[in-house]
Design a protein around this ligand. Structure first.
Ligand code: HEC
Ligand SMILES: [Cu+2]
Length: 341
């Protein structure tokens, strides 16, 4: 029994430590890469300090009561009668009040500091629209639209405007802080400044149905130059393949129902007059993304073929239906989409 207990402890402590360590744990909130995340982290450390202090005092008092004041053989069986003790009572009113104050001050300060900037002047605005089960990102100042992979410049104020096309989701990038509900018919906001270039993981944090756990995204924080390059590239019209399998794929795209839900800027599909009542990701520069279907597959031709052949098989509940594209047609369609760098 004891051995079992010790092993269980080992697993629990090991697991907890592993959860805290290093960049191999992308959902770690203890390594912060933005001003917002640092403020929240700092509050967490302060509150944890006071929590541990209170815990230590309570445990010490309890131990003292158990070992020092316990009844011993020969003690009188009637407990001693006490009158009130004013000093003691004042101490346990004033002590906790001071601790509460020590927690309240940084808490209120953090609440005020982390408010979104409602009149962002020089900020980069990013509109986030959550869909079951993917993320639409757009930059209204620059007329850029993309999906599932968010690019941000380092050291520049970013102003997020978050809303949902269907049900409640939650936008969460642990390294950048935040976690804000994304609610249909309402615009929630986050303002932050990312301070370290890198690739960070995001995840929907509000249960939203079958593929909630597969509703991920990536954030690429880039140098100002890198971001500008990315932006300039996104503004370019999509590649127009002249010949070969990609050109054949472009013809298939135009005649398949893909464009009912998808947009490739400047490329019209046969089916614009139909609608499913929801849309899919913008594919104008799909080939320049690193992942497929909200961060669940690496973007390569093999995975893309798997995705198009049967989306719900790859991602349970995916709202893109299997459209029966297969064989040579599928290969050509994949070649076209991957050419959309
Ligand atoms: C009924 C609407 C609908 C139709 C029709 C449709 N799709 Fe989709 N598609 C979606 C949705 C929704 C997603 C996002 C799925 C997710 O990640 O959960 C998606 C995702 C994708 C993606 C991944 C995009 C990314 O950035 O990860 C590709 C590529 C794609 N579709 C290609 C196609 C092609 C090619 C066709 C036509 C053969 C097609 N789609 C037809 C709705 C549709
Ligand atoms: Cu969700």
């Amino acid at each position: 029994m004891r051995v079992l207990l010790r092993r269980l402890m080992g697993v629990a402590v090991g697991g907890a430590l592993a959860g805290c360590a290093g960049q191999h744990h992308p959902m770690n909130t203890l390594v912060t890469k933005s001003n917002l995340a640092s403020w929240i982290y700092s509050l967490f450390v302060q509150v944890t300090f006071w929590d541990l202090l209170v815990l230590a005092i309570v445990v010490a008092a309890l131990a003292l009561a158990i070992f020092w004041f316990s009844t011993r053989v020969g003690d009188p069986t009637e407990p001693a009668a006490f009158q009130s003790d004013t000093r003691l009572e004042l101490a346990w009113i004033i002590g906790p009040a001071l601790i509460l104050l020590a927690i309240t001050v940084p808490t209120v300060r953090t609440i005020i500091r982390t408010q979104p900037n409602r009149w962002p002047k020089n900020a980069l605005t990013v509109k986030v629209i959550a869909h079951r089960w993917w993320w639409e990102f757009s930059y209204p100042q620059y007329h850029i639209q993309t999906a599932d992979e968010l690019h941000l410049p380092v050291n520049r104020e970013i102003h997020f405007e978050l809303t949902s096309a269907d049900i409640i989701h939650s936008f969460w990038v642990p390294a950048l802080g935040g976690k804000r509900d994304v609610i249909p018919g309402q615009v929630n906001q986050i303002t932050l400044i990312a301070n370290t270039p890198g690739e960070y993981y995001g995840q929907c944090a509000e249960f939203c149905g079958l593929s909630h756990a597969n509703m991920r995204f990536r954030v690429f924080v880039q140098t100002q130059d890198g971001f500008k390059k990315w932006m300039d590239h996104q503004l370019k019209p999509p590649v127009n393949p002249g010949s070969g399998p990609a050109a054949a794929g472009a013809a298939i795209y135009k005649n398949a129902p893909c464009a009912i839900c998808h947009q490739i800027r400047g490329v019209s599909g046969f089916s614009k007059q139909y609608t499913y009542g929801f849309r899919g990701p913008d594919l104008t520069h799909f080939g320049s993304r690193t992942t497929i279907a909200a961060g669940i597959l690496d973007n390569n031709p093999k995975n893309l073929a798997r995705w198009i052949a049967n989306p719900p098989e790859v991602k349970p509940g995916a709202r893109m239906p299997a459209l029966g594209v297969r064989g040579k047609e599928l290969d050509e369609l994949v070649a076209y989409l991957e050419s959309l760098k």
